[in-house]
Design a protein around this ligand. Structure first.
Ligand SMILES: Cc1cc2nc3c(=O)[nH]c(=O)nc-3n(C[C@H](O)[C@H](O)[C@H](O)COP(=O)(O)OP(=O)(O)OC[C@H]3O[C@@H](n4cnc5c(N)ncnc54)[C@H](O)[C@@H]3O)c2cc1C
Length: 355
């Protein structure tokens, strides 16, 4: 029998930050029958959140990392369930094409087979021109694609708004956290304490609880479709592109633009204030990489700067308890959107463990 937020066994979970991590955690905890309070310093959803963008890539196959692949497969299942729960299309199942060295293709296909991830080798003539590095082959995972990020956030807020036992509190900035007791202090002096709190403030989490993370800044280029026809309808997300094999393209579709980025212009920075930073050198570098060989055909629709944090030691994500009643998503890494359902799942387990 499922619990209701009025059962004495139900816990009170406080979530700081209403990006994808905070919202999906709130949904998972509410579904588990807990009372949930979400504190967000801006509106709901907040356009300044890292999560607020047109699209985010979701992929499953992590070559050489079978455990990671298994976790991504689990995350993928969660997304399918979430799409049904939230009752709106959130996921374009267009697949993910990644450039792989041709001489290691056989190993990759065996790995995909073993993990149960369906892949194929599409004919380049059916795809838009993509800058696959020499000596590589484009391998497409059929299960991945594009999450319509800002639509996910809006749908999650709608679901939570209608859910009994959930308090959504926009314009509620958390000033500090007593890491020993888990007490949360808001601007204005209100003090809150739940049975468990999750600090999910994205790149701003490090202001609330110290953690060994590196802050990165990324410059992204948004493009319209080239005039005179193209082959982008149903095209996959594509990665491993460009001269250095570090470029990504998120395909246009369902009202979204095409988005171009590359790890080569992702740089460590001291803070999230990019005011006055000249983006031209980063855009020039991005353009010179050959991620899209016919880039000059595409009309530029916009440029955006965005931040994320990564574990300073591993370069990946970091979710950890400070105490059993206080957890921090100190770093989301570069795949923190698609893997947010796994954080939500872990936090619902931690609520049980803390009870
Ligand atoms: C350029 C770029 C491309 C990316 N591409 C992908 C991708 O393709 N696939 C993928 O899976 N991931 C991708 N990521 C990573 C992913 O976007 C992030 O990991 C994820 O969105 C982080 O979500 P979050 O909820 O943890 O943080 P955020 O979305 O940043 O949300 C944090 C929220 O906390 C609020 N907040 C902060 N401090 C406080 C406070 N003191 N009090 C109250 N509220 C507060 C903020 O206002 C914000 O709304 C990308 C990241 C970047 C930067």
């Amino acid at each position: 029998m499922s619990r209701s937020p009025t059962d004495s066994a139900a816990a009170h979970v406080v979530v700081v930050g209403a990006g994808i991590t905070g919202l999906l955690t709130a949904i998972a905890c509410a579904r588990a029958g807990h009372r949930v309070t979400v504190l967000e310093r801006g509106p709901l959803p907040n356009p300044d959140a890292t999560s607020h963008d047109q699209h985010r890539a979701i992929r499953t196959l992590l070559p050489g990392d079978p455990d990671g692949t298994a976790r991504r497969i689990a995350a993928h299942r969660h997304w399918e369930e979430l799409e049904t729960l939230l009752g709106t299309p959130l996921y374009r199942r267009v697949g993910v094409l990644t450039a792989h060295p041709a001489d290691r293709l056989d190993d990759l296909l065996a790995e995909a087979d073993q993990a149960g991830v369906p892949v194929d080798l599409p004919d380049g003539r059916d795809l838009p021109p993509l800058g696959l590095p020499p000596g590589t082959v484009g391998v497409r995972e059929r299960t991945g694609g594009v999450l319509l990020a800002d639509r996910v956030l809006r749908a999650a807020v709608r679901w939570l708004t209608a859910r009994p036992g959930v308090a959504l509190r926009p314009h509620s900035t958390v000033r500090s956290v007593f890491t020993g007791s888990g007490r949360i202090v808001l601007d204005g002096g209100e003090v809150l304490r739940g049975d468990l709190a999750l600090l999910a403030g994205g790149p701003w989490t490090r202001r609330l609880a110290a953690a060994p993370v590196t802050l990165y800044r990324q410059t992204m280029l948004y493009l319209g479709r080239p005039p005179g026809g193209d082959r982008w309808d149903g095209a996959p997300t594509a990665g491993g592109l460009g001269r250095e094999g570090r470029g990504w393209v998120l395909p246009p579709g369902a009202g979204t633009l095409l988005k171009l980025s590359s790890d080569t212009v992702c740089r460590p920075v001291a803070d999230t204030d990019s005011t006055g930073e000249d983006q031209r050198p980063h855009l020039e570098r991005l353009a010179a990489e050959g991620v899209l060989p016919d880039l000059e055909r595409y009309p530029v629709a916009g440029v955006r700067v965005c931040h994320y944090t990564a574990d300073a030691a591993t370069g990946g994500p970091l979710l950890a308890p400070v105490t059993p009643g206080l957890w921090t998503r100190a770093a989301c890494g570069g795949s923190g959107f698609s893997t947010a359902p796994l954080v939500a799942e872990r936090i619902t387990e931690a609520v049980k463990e803390a009870a």
